[in-house]
Ligand binder design. Structure first.
Ligand code: FO1
Length: 328
């Protein structure tokens, strides 16, 4: 069975670990979000691609869900000693190697998709990981200038855009987001293999990743949304919102920024029945099933807390079973 998954970072990676366990013989292609990418210290960092690669390759820092296990921070400490920032984004020594190789290969003319394949040759994630695009896309978040904490500008009553990583890591998503801008998405094109994988898929899954800045950013690459609807195969999503709150991360802040209520049913409607055939909500949101079905999307309530690999595997089994019934 050929499965295509549109994945962001931690939630997507943990779901994929369950999917691999539930469907060990499946051919899984992951279309990875690159809107979280950030250029720091002259290096290109791809947090969501690395989280999938490290998590499925067995190198991730388990509690954090990002970065490497057994990490040290000597290089970062030296950068700070030189007064070179930003201090708020903690990059470990082992992680630096990934970004050095990636940046070196970009400088040598390799596209991000080829670089990702080369990095995965070491990690053997057991899926094919393709960035959504080889073009540069970086998500920025519009906040109130007075909330930015940096020196107030001449017009600090106004608004300013900060990189998603600054919003999330430095500001802890603690201030309102007025808009989310996937800068560069409009001019980007799907990376080689993305449209082909979607066209050949037997089922397409939207894991419990951030529907705005992860799955939403992937869908913002021209051609991807159209390819999914044209594929004519079951598309099943799993809600990242459980009991009106994100299981992790900042999905609620991002949903508010795009005018969507932070509920399981509202996220399904946001994706719309044009994309989704089925939507899994957590058992605590069982009351939402009818509402989702009214939106023309099949819906089931199953446990969605990925407390361990087996829990994630069970979610994956539910999604695949749903897909086979939707197809029928
Ligand atoms: N998240 C944090 O909360 N603090 C960090 O200092 C941090 C550093 C970092 C470095 C590399 C990387 O791949 C991810 C990192 N993350 C960090 C997580 C990152 O912000 C998230 O994985 C997503 O990009 C945001 O949804």
């Amino acid at each position: 069975m050929r499965i295509v998954v549109l994945a962001g970072g931690i939630g997507g990676a943990r779901f994929l670990r369950g999917l691999k366990s539930a469907a060990p013989d499946a051919d899984i292609t992951v279309i990875g979000n690159t809107g979280d990418d950030i250029h720091l210290f002259g290096l290109k960092v791809c947090p969501d691609l690395d989280t999938v690669m490290y998590t499925l390759g067995g190198g991730v820092h388990e509690e954090q869900g990002w970065g490497r296990a057994e990490e040290t921070f000597a290089v970062k400490e030296e950068l700070t000693a030189y007064g070179v920032g930003p201090e708020w984004f903690s990059l470990g020594d082992r992680d630096f190697a990934t970004h050095i190789i990636r940046t070196q290969m970009i400088a040598a003319g390799y596209p991000l998709s080829a670089i990702t394949e080369a990095l995965c040759a070491r990690w053997q994630p057991g899926v094919r990981l393709i960035p959504m695009t080889d073009d540069r896309v970086e998500t920025h978040v519009v906040i109130s200038a007075s909330d930015s904490g940096s020196a107030a500008g001449p017009d600090d009553r106004g608004r300013k855009a900060v990189h998603l990583q600054e919003y999330w890591v430095r500001l802890h998503a603690s201030v309102p987001a007025h808009a989310v801008l996937p800068v560069g998405a409009e001019q980007s094109k799907p990376a080689p293999g993305v449209l082909e994988a979607i066209a050949k898929a037997d089922v397409i899954l939207f894991p419990p990743s951030n529907p705005v800045v992860s799955v939403g950013t992937i869908l913002a690459v021209p051609g991807i949304r159209e390819a999914i609807t044209a594929a004519g195969v079951p598309v099943i999503g799993l809600s990242p919102i459980v009991g009106n709150a994100p299981v992790r991360g900042m999905a609620d802040k991002m949903l508010t920024a795009v005018g969507v209520e932070a509920t399981a049913a509202a996220v399904a409607a946001h994706y719309s029945s044009a994309l989704l055939d089925g939507w899994l909500v957590d058992t605590v949101d069982a009351a939402a099933v009818g509402k989702v079905e009214e939106a023309g999307i099949g819906c089931r309530a199953v446990p969605l807390m990925m407390t361990d690999v087996e829990a994630a595997a069970q979610m994956a089994r539910e999604a695949l079973a749903f897909a086979s019934e939707v197809r029928a």
